[in-house]
Design a binder for this molecule. Sequence first.
Ligand SMILES: Nc1nc2c(c(=O)[nH]1)N[C@@H](CN(C=O)c1ccc(C(=O)N[C@@H](CCC(=O)O)C(=O)O)cc1)CN2
Ligand SMILES: NCC(=O)N[C@@H]1O[C@H](COP(=O)([O-])[O-])[C@@H](O)[C@H]1O
Length: 212
Amino acid sequence: MSCRVVVLISGSGSNLQAIIDQCQGRSGVELVGVISNKPDAYGLVRAHHAEINTSCVIAKKGEKRADYDARLTAAIEAYQPDLIVLAGFMRILSEGFVSRYLGKMLNIHPSLLPKYTGLDTHQRAIDAGDTEHGASVHFVTPELDAGPVILQAKVPIYEGDDAQALAERVHEQEHAIYPLVVKWYAAGRLKMDANGAYLDGSLIGPGGYAPD
Ligand SMILES: Nc1nc2c(c(=O)[nH]1)N[C@@H](CN(C=O)c1ccc(C(=O)N[C@@H](CCC(=O)O)C(=O)O)cc1)CN2
Ligand SMILES: NCC(=O)N[C@@H]1O[C@H](COP(=O)([O-])[O-])[C@@H](O)[C@H]1O
């Protein structure tokens, strides 16, 4: 029985592409749909090339967040997913929406959470004089970027790095860790409760899974 996965995007979709390349049709993963809030998202092209069905849910001017999320829910439910993967989906989701999918919705965030929740994480890390940065895969909860961290990857920040150079270095790591976590979930190895995230029944620490 495959794990039916819907991926939500807003842009390029390089994380979507990594999941397609590393997971589609293997490890019990079936990517059944890609949904974008932006009609020009290149990730929609990537989905088309991979023969994955796509939908667009575009926000209406002045639309309440909960009303948009209700339309998004209808689009998602049409695919009857077991897992929702946010891959550069650039909308804050309402509490009702997140509660519906609690424990079955993942996100990748371009920082070493809990540092730098929100936007512009690479520039903020550079401006802070940090020497390392990275990415975090976490379960999505109503509080923004505060869900239980599952897996992190670290990268160095070099003297003279600009946000683009750092983003490219982080992207490389994202494309390694996100497909791995999707496979863990599809294999039934990954769970979440009020205490946090679990891999194979063991509680994952705040910095994500770290092999012994
Ligand atoms: N309730 C939650 N919603 C979302 C989460 C979450 O953990 N809880 N993760 C984010 C992903 N994300 C960072 O990883 C993120 C996405 C979007 C924003 C944001 O400020 N969006 C603005 C619009 C920005 C834009 O259009 O460029 C907004 O929605 O008003 C912050 C963080 C996905 N959602
Ligand atoms: N706060 C959410 C956020 O900033 N997510 C980030 O958007 C990028 C999407 O790239 P992609 O479209 O090439 O996968 C990724 O770097 C992801 O970490």
